[in-house]
Design a protein around this ligand. Structure first.
Ligand code: ADP
Ligand code: ADP
Length: 218
C-alpha cells in the first residue's frame, strides 16, 4: 500500500515548505498543483496559457483542467510509494476526483493534516515570500532568508516574488480559500482523516508536529 497525504490549509500557511521537507525525509513524491501550473506557464504550454489569467487574479483554475493535470502527475512512476498533495484538492469536486483517481489504482487518501494560522500571519508570510525560478524552493526575507540575497541556496537559481503574492491578490486568495476550499475541512473531518496542526510556530516546530501526526498514523 502506498501513502497519500493531503496538506490542507490557507495560502501562505506553510504547505509548500513542509511538503518539501517531509517529501525529502519520507521518499514520498511532492505534488504541488501551484508548481505544476507555474511550470506550464514558464514553458508556454496550452494549459499554462489557460491557467495564467485565473492565477494572476487569485482565482482558482477550473476544476476540469486542474483534475486532468493532477491525474497525469499522480500516475507517474515516482508516486509508487505515494505522494504528498500540496494545494490539491481545493474544491469538493476536486476532492471527489482525487478519491476516484486513487481508488482506480487501489489506493486512497490516508490522512489530511490541516495547517492553520491567523490571516494576518498569512499576509505577512506571503508578502515576504521569495520563490526559486528553477524548482520552486521557498524562502522568506525574515523567517527563512537565503544565504545570499536573491539566490536559491539549493540550486543557485534566481529568487523572485510571485505576482500573485501582492497584498491585494493575497487578500482575494484568502477569500477564495474561505469560500471554495474551506468546505474540505468538514469533508475530511467526516471521513475521520483530518488532523489539525498549529502553523503559527517556527518552521521546525511545524515539521515536528506534522511528523508526529504522520508517525501516529503508521
Ligand atoms: P503555502 O504553500 O501554504 O502557500 P509556503 O510554504 O509557500 O506556504 O510559505 C509561505 C511563506 O511563509 C514562505 O515565504 C515561507 O518561507 C514562509 N513560512 C513557511 N512556514 C513558516 C513558518 N512556520 N514560520 C514562518 N514563515 C514560514
Ligand atoms: P498558495 O501558495 O497560495 O497555496 P499555490 O502555489 O498552491 O498557492 O497556487 C497558486 C495559484 O494556482 C492559486 O491561487 C490558483 O490560482 C492556482 N491553483 C493551484 N492549485 C489549484 C487547484 N487545486 N485548483 C485550482 N487552482 C489552483
Amino acid at each position: 500500500m502506498a501513502t497519500y497525504i493531503v496538506l490542507l490549509g490557507p495560502p501562505g500557511v506553510g504547505k509548500g515548505t513542509q511538503a518539501k521537507i517531509v517529501a525529502n525525509q519520507s521518499g514520498l513524491a511532492h505534488i504541488s498543483s501551484g508548481d505544476l501550473f507555474r511550470e506550464n506557464i514558464k514553458n508556454h504550454t496550452e494549459l499554462g496559457q489557460l491557467a495564467e489569467n485565473f492565477i494572476n487574479k487569485g482565482e482558482l483554475v477550473p476544476d476540469d483542467l486542474t483534475i486532468a493535470m493532477i491525474k497525469d502527475r499522480i500516475t507517474r512512476s515516482d508516486c509508487e510509494s505515494g505522494a504528498i498533495l500540496d494545494g490539491f484538492p481545493r474544491t469538493p469536486v476536486q476532492a471527489d476526483a482525487a478519491k476516484i483517481m486513487l481508488n482506480e489504482i487501489g489506493e486512497d487518501i490516508d490522512i489530511v493534516p490541516f495547517i492553520t494560522a491567523p490571516d494576518e500571519i498569512l499576509v505577512e508570510r506571503l508578502s515576504g515570500r521569495w520563490t526559486c525560478r528553477k524548482s520552486g524552493h521557498i524562502f522568506h526575507t525574515v523567517f527563512n532568508p537565503p544565504l545570499k540575497e536573491g539566490v536559491c541556496d539549493i540550486d543557485g537559481s534566481e529568487l523572485y516574488q510571485r505576482d500573485d503574492d501582492k497584498v491585494e491578490t493575497v487578500k482575494n486568495r484568502i477569500q477564495v480559500y474561505l469560500r471554495r476550499t474551506s468546505p474540505l475541512i468538514a469533508y475530511y473531518r467526516e471521513q475521520g482523516k483530518l488532523v489539525e496542526v498549529q502553523g503559527n510556530q517556527a518552521i521546525e516546530e511545524v515539521t515536528r508536529d506534522l511528523l508526529d501526526v504522520l508517525a501516529k498514523e503508521y
